[in-house]
Design a protein around this ligand. Sequence first.
Ligand code: NAP
Ligand code: SF4
Length: 682
Amino acid sequence: MVNKFDSLFEPLDLGHCQLKNRIIMGSMHTGLEETPDKFDKLAHFYRLRAQGGVGLIITGGISPTLRGRLAPFAAQLSYGWQLSKYKKLPDAVHPHGCKICLQILHAGRYAYHPFLQAPSAIKAAISPFKPSQMSNRQINSTIKSFIKTAQLAKKAGYDGVEIMGSEGYLINQFLSSKTNIRTDNWGGCILKRAQFARKIVSGIREKLGESFIIIFRLSLADLTEKGMGWNEIRQIANTLTSDGVSMFNTGIGWHESRVPTIATSVPNAAFIYATEKLKNEVSVPVIATNRINMPDVASQIIKDKKADAICMARPFLADSDWVIKAQNNEQALINTCIGCNQACLDHVFANKRASCLVNPLACYETEYDLSETNLPKNLAVVGAGPAGLAFASYASDRGHKVTIFEKSDQIGGQFNCAKVIPGKSEFNHTLRYFQQKLAKNKVKIMLNQNFDVAMAEQYDHVIVATGILPSIPNIQGIEHAIESGFAVSYLNLLRDKLQLGQSVAIIGAGGIGFDVAEYLATAEDFHTDDPQDKCYAEAWYKQWGINKDLDTNGGLIQAIQNKSHRKLYLMQRKNEKLGKRLGKTTGWIHRLSLQSHGVEMLSGVSYKAITDKGLKYEQDGIESFIACDNIVICAGQRSDNSLYQELLDLSIPCDIIGGAFKAQEIDAKHAIRQALELATKI
Ligand code: NAP
Ligand code: SF4
């Protein structure tokens, strides 16, 4: 069989060793690293990805020193007595022909504790702590610590290390004149600023010999003001190559950068221009990263010789068998990472274990049993939203016979609203995945079919996943406004593609209010549900001021305000910054985007009445009026659970999941995990 993605499966020769393919699982902190008894779970997590065909795994960032830890109890490898724990990871992946590198990461001024240190005592805007300036002695001892950690990694069986030199961490802080204003041998011209990185790389090469892999993650576009220029980057890359780097990995954007680099709205392979530029510069292999999540995009990059290997992190949370599926030409069966960050990075930043919205098994592999059931049942699932689809998928994996009933003409539920929001077309991937997976598992999907209790007797058990109904707040005049079409719910707007006027007030500023504002701010001809749409990508680069020519410092140019063609008002009753409760790693992107669109944001309002001409409200004790053409209601949801009540009344065996179970603050992450949990028990 001809493999459509064969470029991904050519071995990669590093001179002293070969990677069996071009697919690298990138560094990703899971939260399992810190707890000693969780290392077995971490080993199993990696084992499954190695079994799934990954060529090389890079671990989450491990600090070489106490002061370099990301947070007070973050992982550190500095002592021989720690080896038995660290050995578990290579032992888990090597039997599957997969190599593994330990990432060494010193946080520098990004460390979230008061003992942080940096080349110069300059506080990062995103940190509450000011670092102390490292003395000459401290610099030399930190270099030794990096080398010691690499030596310990080798002893533990790792094939190499990745030196984290990007994203604004310590090494990057030494490299950049923005954070390194030293006047001694470690600061000044680029060659002096690069001394710290060079001594680490050459020291590791000298101590560990030619056969040890050294990947250096180099910042190719800092995406910050006064960031490094390309001339500096190429000098660093060339000197580090002569010091013994085996491969360069692409680093994009410092953590303090205000440009999104990995969120859903970032176009596929958005930063490949930087990787390609480095590849033309150095003699060692170069790895591409950032928002590459499917084999067609990944293999094209290798075919076009824009990179030598592809590094993906979150896609392996979403699907441990990504590589096998690509190898078997089963791209359509890949459970694709949609870049939402909701269950991975947002969890890690909240000190919770990472998992995945579309794959709640990730990092919980040893805790859920999806083995085949001894008692296959005939199950009816009512509702084909994320909860119903996920339940059907897991239950059919276990050998149950499943039929889904959906009253509309398509599967997806609320995901059909999400996928039409500009920058969220990736949600199409999840719908495609479920469609393919359920077809493979022979799950029957009955569209345009209302399920009534009389049908229940044909089934052993009914799972109610009927979702939500939009809440309609109690505001004077709202019923008349809805009847006349002046006010509409977000569901009607997005599902029925209603055309609204030029001035719109949005009631409710949760995730959905923000999404609706983004949707209405963008001209209809820019609405696309193609994740690789070129016009969308070009507009996106301009909106965020990204300079693909890389001939400016930090790879940035003046952003072009992406002003909305509509006058939009986004409103909430809470007296706090709008979007404060959105995801930690993505909320700022939504806020900046709406600012760029010129959306007017009002908080602390109380709604007084809706008239034929607009909305009366009060703010700070003053009554005001917004004259507008339409009002969109995004004021939360209530459960659509009437079927469940009827089934209970008739004592028919049933369960309820997703928004039908609990509407408040329900999202796909909770709904899909709940579906998994029920499927393991039924
Ligand atoms: P939500 O986040 O709970 O927001 C509901 C909004 O409605 C709030 O702004 C609330 O603000 C307002 N509201 C509530 N009751 C109201 C009332 N009686 N009258 C007027 N306003 C009222 O829910 P959602 O936006 O519907 O989103 C549903 C779920 O999907 C959430 O879990 C959300 O996290 C998730 N989601 C997330 C994203 C994202 O992260 N980008 C996108 C879409 C959905 P006040 O009470 O202050 O007025
Ligand atoms: Fe990707 Fe979202 Fe899953 Fe994170 S939670 S791995 S971003 S799909």
